[in-house]
Structures are given as C-alpha cells and as structure tokens.
Design a protein around this ligand. Structure first.
Ligand code: ATP
Ligand code: MG
Length: 338
C-alpha cells in the first residue's frame, strides 16, 4: 500500500489522440499528444490547482483521471488502487468517490431534465443498479437538502436548466456532483464560464463545501488568480506536461519556470505600485501544436531563457526542494544553486 494520506496518485499519464485522414479508409496521420507524461498526487483534504493555457491538456487529464477517457499509458491510483485494473462493476462503485464539475453549466446539463431530476439522477442510477440502497422518498429528501446546501431553493426543483442563471446552473452541477458523496471533486474550470461577479460566490460555496464535507479538489483553471484563492498547491501545465509544482505561496513569490513567470506576470496586481515595477513578460509566438513531432523542452520556442541544450533534451520535473519541483535546465547545475 502507498501513502494513506494520498487520495489520488497519477503516474506518467499519457493520452494521445489519433489524427485520422481519409473518409472511407481512415489512415492514422499522427498523434495529438494532449497529455504527455503527467505525474502528480493529491493528498486528502488538499486542493491542487492545475493551471495552463487553453489546449494544454487540463480537461483531458481530468477525463483520464475519472476514467472517462482512455489513457494511452500511465496509471491512476485512487486510494492506492490502480483504476485500470478494476472491473466495470468495481469501477462504477469507485466512481462514487470522484465526480467532475464541468466548465460549462450550459452544455453539461441535459436541457430536457428538471433541476431536481438532474441532481437525483446519479442516486437513481446507483439505486437502480443496487449499488446503493435508498428509497425514492429519501432520494427526494436528499435532493432537496443538496439544493438547499448549494444555495438553490428546493421549490425550484421542477424548473428546467434554461430557467436558471449561469451561476444557478453551476450550483445544480455542483449539487449533482455531490449527490453520491464523493471524496474528490475534479473541478474543470468551474467558474470560467460565469460573470466575474458570480465567480466568487461559486468559489465561496466550493470552499465551504470543502470544509463541511471534507472534500479534496483537483481544481483546473487557466487563471492563476482563481487558483491562488482556492488552492494550497499548484501544478503548472504546458503542452501536455507539468513544468512546475509548488505550494501556492511559493509559486507566487518564487516562480522558477520561465513559463510560470510569464503566466504570473499577466495576473493583475491589486497594488498599483508593485504593478508598475513588475516586469511584464510577453511570450513570443503561439503554443506549438500538440501533434508536432518534436524533441527538447516543450517550451523552447517561446522561452526567453532558452539554451542550446533545451533544443535537444527534454528537462524532467525534479526537486528544487521537497515542496518545489521544476522541469527546467536553468536549475540543473550539480549544486542546484538558483
Ligand atoms: N477527443 C479528442 N480528440 C482529439 N483531440 C482532442 C480530443 N480532446 C482534446 N483534444 C485535443 O487535445 C488537446 C488538449 O485539450 P484539452 O481540452 O485537454 O485542453 P484544456 O487545457 O482543457 O483546454 P481549455 O482551457 O481550452 O479547456 C487540444 O489540442 C485538443 O484539441
Ligand atoms: Mg478544458
């Protein structure tokens, strides 16, 4: 058995999608390496933020962790159990423990189902398959209490998703994700589709729920400001790989990877004085295609500190100290002097 404090352990996860050409005879024309060797672990009760630009593989990572997307390689351990070795029956049971809250509360809820039924559906499915034992009456009670806890009046149970605002819809999504009593929430940009004024309400709700229900979070965002508020530790992702991990405070105060520095330099600062003195790093070019065949560091084309070595070798995520890991040759001297 591994460390009992670790709820989720992801080891060298890869998800590669085939690029198919041709209409009748589909030929494989290469691979999109959406997730390309990602390792991280999430301890019980913590919130790990997974941050990076659009397309870097955050959602695919979450889907593969939840076993909703097949991994090309690598392992996902939940409470020490390798999820790929479970039978479909065992996986269904295990899945009660990890649920996804999706980014877009508009497309992730079936528009033809009423709010109450959307929240009750996982309970009904699990009761129908005799995985849990709960009466319809108790399902109704539980649904009402979940609505109430998530800031929705249970009297709205008969309304359809289009009758709710974006923030309220996300509350439905959260209540639904909580219905089976999960330990881990995979929150995939849960507030990025919402108005800024609503975002903090939803974040506060998630924070309160975390305390109350002892939840653990993998919290995905492209915005470093959101994860700073929510997460105790942050992993920064670029082109399918994790380039830096540290506790939030360290990552904000001493970002090491040139990509993290650039991302942070774009976060607005509340203090105008420090905002004026801070150097804004503008990255050159676009994120390369995840289908390009390449060697070297994934960040080399855009890195302001690129060295010859970066073009031939790929740096691996290594310890700066116990709590701070970075994948960058700038810190690869034998003494690890910074
Ligand atoms: N089912 C799929 N088939 C083929 N390619 C896919 C599939 N899903 C994702 N991709 C590709 O994999 C890469 C990573 O996508 P992913 O959605 O995981 O990124 P993301 O970091 O969540 O981005 P965003 O911030 O926009 O949500 C992208 O290039 C995307 O186009
Ligand atoms: Mg995504």
């Amino acid at each position: 058995m591994g460390n009992p404090d670790i709820l989720l352990d992801v080891k060298d996860l890869k998800v590669h999608f085939p690029i198919e050409k041709g209409i009748l005879l589909k030929k494989n024309a290469g691979w999109i390496r959406a997730v390309d060797g990602v390792s991280f672990s999430v301890r019980k009760g913590e919130s790990l933020g997974l941050v990076g630009e659009s397309g870097c593989g955050k959602s695919t990572t979450a889907m593969a962790v939840a076993q909703l997307e097949a991994a090309t390689a690598g392992k996902v351990f939940f409470e020490g159990r390798d999820l790929s070795l479970l039978s479909s029956e065992e996986l269904r049971r295990a899945r009660m423990n990890f649920q996804i809250v999706f980014q877009d509360p508009y497309s992730s809820l079936n528009p033809r189902m009423r709010a109450g039924d959307l929240i009750a559906e996982p309970l009904r499915i699990y009761a129908g398959k005799k995985i849990i034992s709960i009466s319809e009456n108790d399902i109704q009670k539980k649904t009402a209490s979940l609505m109430d806890r998530c800031g929705l009046s249970p009297s709205f149970a008969d309304r359809y998703p289009h009758e709710f605002s974006g923030g309220q819809r996300q509350r439905i999504g959260i209540a639904r994700a909580l219905s089976l009593g999960p330990k881990l929430i995979l929150a995939d940009e849960p507030v990025s589709a919402l108005d800024v004024s609503i975002q903090s309400q939803i974040l506060n709700l998630l924070k309160d729920l975390q305390q109350e229900l002892d939840l653990t979070f993998l919290f995905i965002a492209h915005d470093l400001a959101v994860v700073e508020y929510f997460c105790s530790r942050i992993a920064v992702m670029y082109l399918g790989q994790i380039v830096e991990t540290a506790d939030s405070q360290t990552l904000y105060q001493q970002p090491m990877h040139p990509y993290t520095r650039a991302l942070l330099s774009a976060v607005p600062l509340p203090d105008p004085k420090s905002a004026r003195t801070r150097k804004r790093i503008i990255l050159k070019g676009d994120v390369p295609s995840p289908s390009a065949v390449r060697s070297g560091c994934p960040f080399m084309e855009r890195c302001p500190d690129v060295m010859e070595r970066c073009r031939v070798e790929a740096p691996v995520l290594s310890d700066l100290n116990e709590k701070h890991q970075v994948a960058c040759f700038l810190y690869d001297s034998p003494s690890k002097q910074i």
